[in-house]
Design a protein around this ligand. Structure first.
Ligand SMILES: [Zn+2]
Length: 240
């Protein structure tokens, strides 16, 4: 690029100087891209609507060496309803933070990008979904997307087949469900219904009903995912 149009989602911003912002975008083709939005905090700036968190759209950027400057933007969706519900907003912010922790500059991230958009749509517009159920589904699919799909059908330590009518232990270090004989701490005891939900969600991705908020499952999935990222994400402390 010197000048290129990027599809992207704003993961975060940091204000600097009087009127500028540094945006972090997630893009399908270039992964994480940091872009300077000059003067976007001036009243009437054409860049302001595109320089907010969650905005999805087209961003025209100019490249000078390793620095990108925003020259125009055309938002497709601002996910506005998230601003009307602080709990949904917290869940959605957590999704952005997870995406930011996983995305790397110049590493294509098509799968992560699609997953993030689907999650944000469900949180903003899926009024029948419990926000925590969407967050749980995102955590599980995110783990799979970044290469840590948990083993669910066989014990992750001894390989024994796990009966589907019984619960199992989500063993954080082993990378999946373990039988009672093998599970090592830290692990989370999950019910048969919870393990069935995980299997179903990995098949359905983010389509179909996601069910009720399940706080214990959130604790288990958060521990699993954040151990893989080697990051403790601050806003997740506000959940469940
Ligand atoms: Zn075992």
């Amino acid at each position: 690029m010197p000048s290129e149009t990027l599809q992207g989602v704003v993961l975060r911003y940091a204000n600097y100087r009087e009127r500028d912002r540094m945006l972090t975008l997630l893009t399908p083709d270039h992964g994480r891209v940091d872009v300077v939005s000059h003067g976007c905090r001036r009243p009437k700036s054409q860049l302001l609507t595109g320089s907010e968190m969650f905005v999805h759209g087209e961003f025209v950027v100019f490249q000078n060496r390793d620095r990108f400057t925003l020259t125009a933007c055309a938002p497709t969706d601002t996910f506005y309803p998230l601003r009307l519900d602080s709990y949904r907003l917290t869940c959605a912010t957590y999704l952005l933070n997870l995406a930011q922790a996983a995305a790397q500059p110049e590493q294509p991230a098509q799968g992560l990008y699609t997953l993030l958009l689907k999650g944000l749509y469900r949180l903003a517009y899926g009024t029948d979904d419990a926000p925590l159920a969407v967050t749980n589904a995102f955590l599980l699919l995110f783990a799979a997307e970044i290469g840590y799909r948990p083993r669910l059908n066989h014990c992750a330590r001894c390989g024994k087949s796990l009966p589907t009518d019984r619960g199992a232990q989500l063993d954080i270090a082993a990378g999946g469900l373990c039988c009672d004989d093998c599970a090592e701490k830290p692990y989370f005891s999950l019910t048969a219904a919870q393990t069935a939900w995980m299997r179903q969600t990995l098949l359905n991705e983010l389509s179909g009903s996601l069910g009720e908020a399940d706080a214990p499952l959130f604790e288990a999935l958060r521990a699993y995912v954040e151990s893989r990222l080697d990051a403790c994400i601050k806003c997740s402390q506000l959940l469940p």
